[in-house]
Design a protein around this ligand. Structure first.
Ligand code: PBG
Length: 326
């Protein structure tokens, strides 16, 4: 028989040969680890649907940060759980709000660590929406003012990167202008430019007690069915002065990651969100999957799809596994 075919297996024969031709590498520098900081004392409460992830008060933050640092993770993303919520999210932009205090704490004790502050109102409003409400609607422009105040107070506390996740139109240009005016022109904006109205945020909303008390977020977050709209959002944020773009959620939106990567020359971040984490954890706890291999394969897939950075609750485990592989 005289068959013509290519011998792809030549390059797969040994681990060293495979590593020679490997196109995508996962590195601890790729990870941003989200932390939920809670106002109050002696709180270390595991989030039921997110095993291994905790609400932590400031007095427990050093333990967490020591671990993060020992694993070589260089950036954390802070979410706040305030004691008091109100209709306009006052604690989001309070100079002594929980994210501001946690930022000061981390920057003082771990000055090298990059603190990314999530800029949104939904964890701080009693109605759970990401902006001000009038007649049952989330107001766009009025909410921008509060988001700018939030970003500026986070920058004042020492945040290295401001990450607005609220999906109001114009938040990037508003926050950029607000930061510049307040003397923070050096602080980058990592915009959640492409954020879908997703069921995958469920466990996060348990963790942050931020489920909308009425309605949903479909009037500001994107329709999961849309692809071209993601490029319009990304283009707007590029024009408005974003320094990084985020696509969120992660796994079900890898096509969007590739589209954005091919069209916009900004560092691209994927958010491997709470629901994605919970699914892996639940299956792993049942012994149905090999957690280490599954997680590393998923994170590699995200980078292969085109992202530069990954916000992930798996960061500590993944960092440990990568260390062990060396
Ligand atoms: C705040 C915010 C949310 C997440 C990150 N920032 C929740 C939401 O939009 O409902 C979700 C993150 C996750 O699910 O891990 N707006």
């Amino acid at each position: 028989m005289d068959l013509q075919f290519n011998r792809h297996r030549r390059l797969r024969q040994t681990e060293n040969m495979r590593s020679l031709v490997r196109e995508t590498d996962l590195h601890v520098n790729d990870f941003i680890y989200p932390i939920f900081v809670a106002e109050g004392k002696d709180i270390k409460k595991e989030i039921k649907s997110m095993p291994g992830v905790f609400n932590l008060s400031l007095d427990h933050l050093a333990e967490e940060m020591d671990e993060v640092v020992s694993l070589g993770i260089k950036s954390v993303l802070l979410f706040g759980i305030p004691l008091e919520k109100d209709d306009c999210g006052t604690q989001a932009y309070h100079d002594h709000g929980i994210v501001q205090e946690a930022t000061r704490f981390i920057k003082e004790k771990y000055p090298e660590i990059i603190v990314v502050a999530d800029t949104c109102l939904c964890e701080y409003t009693d109605h759970g929406h990401c902006g001000l409400i009038e007649n049952g609607e989330v107001l766009n422009d009025a909410s921008l003012e509060l988001l700018v105040q939030t970003a500026v107070s986070q920058a004042k506390a020492g945040a290295d990167i401001i990450a607005p996740s609220n999906m109001m139109d114009g938040f990037t240009v508003a926050i950029r202008a607000g930061l510049d005016e307040a003397g923070f022109s050096h602080v980058p904006v990592m915009s959640y430019a492409v954020k879908y109205a997703s069921a995958f945020y469920g466990p996060f909303r348990d963790a942050a007690d931020s489920t909308p008390q009425f309605g949903d977020r479909k009037a500001y977050q994107m329709d999961p069915a849309n692809r071209l709209e993601a490029l319009r959002e990304a283009e707007s944020d590029l024009m408005e002065g974003a320094d990084f773009l985020i696509v969120k959620p992660g796994l079900p939106y890898l096509d969007i990651v590739r589209d954005v990567k091919n069209n916009i020359n900004l560092p691209l971040v994927i958010y491997n969100v709470s629901g994605e984490y919970s699914m892996v954890k639940a299956a792993a706890q049942n012994g149905w999957i090999d957690e280490e291999r599954i997680v590393l394969e998923m994170l590699t897939g995200m980078k292969r799809a085109g992202c530069d950075l990954i916000i992930t609750y798996h960061a500590k485990d993944a960092a440990r596994w990568l260390q062990e592989q060396k």
